[in-house]
Design a protein around this ligand. Structure first.
Ligand code: GLY
Length: 582
């Protein structure tokens, strides 16, 4: 009897511990995070560059110190990241710029990749209509027509003040002479060695039999030659001549679709940004084919009626409000958003005050809404996580928020033979099959179906915030679907909670996106009472370990009341990320 009792006690004790384990694990991280002192912002009186790699930030700062403007610095930083941060910095991918000039003029540049002309709606399905595993993610068929080089060229043509070739010189030097790998840099190269080997029929420089070590000098002479062609010939250094021939040959050798006609046809697009107000601030963000600006407008407008600053940062009430807003905004994203050059996107209606008010009216502060009650049938897919953001403010007050991506880490993992750079796997940002749950458990919608020459929906959210006509914040981040919610939280951290740039970047982040119906928490986000408060409202909490390392790496510049530039790089989640200013 006594033995039975002991066994029963042990079972009950074990069950209670099992139930409490996630809460206890989150609590340990919460304490660990809150014990650590937040590092201070990097201060510059005049100018600031924040990026995912210190070497790139320093190059941007040097361009500004030599008299270049924010666009000159953006070009130089982008090409430097293509060398020192190859998992996301790129010439084989695409991205977006949101800018605001010192005189208040603003705009957006779309250099997102496009589906090749030979792409078809069902290109990732087999004869039975089933998705061919990994075809949109790995290898040559996953590659969209790159837009980055064309984007840099038109940005420079319109706004640059320095000689184009000079802006590429530092990147060429880094690629040719080499740079010292950090722990993180070596780890990233090592993590994908078998992919590099499997998905390339040649031996790219990043393959190393004994693996990479921190402290190794990494040299990329073929990439240096490609950058030299781009330095000499601008757009034609990439979309025509030897580089283009190598891209087309690489595609031919691996079953990819991109031809010379695709490269000739690629053009970036200047677009009108999404603009709206939030508590007396003006927010300027990226329009479709990004979902970022529309969703951010819905989230911030939806948050405005709440007394967010009084809720307590990351309190149960605060997280509940964010999650309920996000549930509705991401459901709209799935149903309505796609490439505006191909499908009708009702942007004005989605971001109108009346619509957002009505859309968010069903939020109950004490009870979550089940995602299935919000909409059935149409659901969203999440992009993979590796992207990179650069925030720049120059001495004149011009600001550039630039987010670029290869999609996954190192994109398709395909390196162009002879040209030495990675190609994106951006085709996976399309809905490759209607209502198909992708590897993240999420679904797609016909607005975002594959079509020749169409741009795939993005979440990238380069954003600029002003107050009373003065520049206040330049912000953006990698992180796939979590990009939007990280930018949302960073803006609230500054506007509602009065945080400094570095505090707002470092602050732990939570994420929810309608489907899956759960709250994803970065470790260290919530105290036990907050977790209980959320569970009582019906939320399922999920501690996402990768969130700590890969997602929500916000890079921001905050302008102080004295006009000083406070740079905040997310080196708690990244490692190489740095702010550099003067
Ligand atoms: N590939 C990530 C995004 O564009 O959102």
């Amino acid at each position: 009897m006594e033995k039975t009792h002991r066994v029963a006690t042990a079972i009950v004790f074990g069950a209670v511990l099992t139930l409490l384990a996630p809460i206890l694990a989150l609590q340990l991280d919460y304490l660990r995070y809150h014990w650590r002192l937040a590092p201070s912002d990097t201060h510059g009186d005049k100018a600031m560059v924040v990026s995912a790699h210190g070497l790139a930030s320093e190059i941007g700062r040097d361009v500004l110190a030599a008299g270049g403007n924010a666009f000159d610095a953006a070009v130089a930083v982008n090409f430097a990241l293509a060398v020192v941060y190859q998992q996301a910095g790129n010439i084989g991918g695409g991205g977006f710029i949101v800018y605001r000039l010192a005189d208040g003029t603003n705009g957006a540049l779309d250099f997102r990749e496009k589906a090749p002309l030979a792409a078809r709606r069902d290109m990732y399905l087999d004869a039975d209509g089933n998705v061919i595993k990994n075809a949109s993610l790995r290898g040559h068929l996953a590659v969209g027509v790159p837009g980055t080089v064309a984007g840099m060229v038109v940005a420079h043509e319109k706004f640059g003040s320095m000689v184009w070739a000079d802006l590429l010189t530092p990147a060429i030097k880094l690629a040719r002479d080499g740079f010292v790998l950090s722990h993180k840099g070596a780890r990233m190269f090592n993590r994908y060695q078998s992919d590099f080997s499997e998905l390339n029929i040649h031996t790219p420089n990043v393959l190393k039999a004994r693996g990479w070590q921190a402290g190794d000098t990494a040299r990329f002479p073929m990439l240096a030659e490609t950058l030299t062609r781009i330095a000499k010939n601008g757009r034609n250094g990439f979309y025509k001549g030897p580089t283009a021939q190598m891209i087309v040959a690489e595609m031919g050798s691996g079953g990819g679709l991109i031809t010379q006609a695709d490269l000739d046809a690629y053009r970036p697009v200047w677009r009108a940004p999404i603009r709206f107000s939030y508590r007396g601030h003006e927010v300027i963000s990226m329009p479709p084919p990004s979902s970022g600006g529309v969703a951010l407008a819905q989230l911030l407008k939806g948050a405005e009626p709440y007394q967010v600053g009084r809720m307590g940062h990351n309190s149960a009430a605060h997280i509940h409000m964010m999650v309920e807003l996000e549930r509705r905004a991401y459901a709209d994203r799935a149903s309505y958003l796609g490439d505006p050059d191909f499908v009708d996107v009702p942007v004005d209606r989605l971001v109108s005050n009346a619509y957002v008010k009505a859309r968010m009216a069903s939020i109950d502060p004490w009870q979550k809404t089940d995602s299935t009650e919000i909409r059935e049938g149409h659901v969203d897919r999440i992009e993979s996580v590796e992207t990179t953001h650069v925030s720049i403010v120059d001495p004149a007050g011009n600001a550039v928020a630039m987010t670029t991506t290869l999609n996954g880490n190192f994109g398709s993992k395909v390196v162009v033979r002879g040209a030495g750079f990675f190609l994106n796997n951006e085709m996976d940002d399309f809905a490759i099959k209607l209502d198909y749950a992708n590897q993240f458990g999420l679904l797609g919608n016909s607005q975002n179906a594959v079509a020749p020459g169409k741009r795939m929906l993005s979440s990238m959210t380069p954003t600029i915030v002003t107050k009373d006509g003065d520049l206040r914040l330049v912000v953006g981040t990698p992180g796939g679907a979590t990009i939007i919610t990280s930018v949302f939280q960073t803006i609230m951290n500054v506007v509602d909670f009065g945080m400094s740039a570095q505090q707002s970047v470092n602050a732990r982040k939570a994420h929810s996106q309608w489907q899956p119906d759960m709250v994803m928490l970065e470790r260290g986000t919530l105290s036990v009472p907050t977790q209980i408060g959320l569970m009582r409202r019906g939320h399922r909490l999920y501690a996402w370990p990768r969130f700590k390392y890969e997602l929500g790496r916000v890079e921001a510049v905050l302008i102080g009341v004295d006009g000083g530039r406070e740079g905040a790089a997310d080196y708690t989640r990244g490692e190489d990320d740095r702010a550099s200013g003067f």
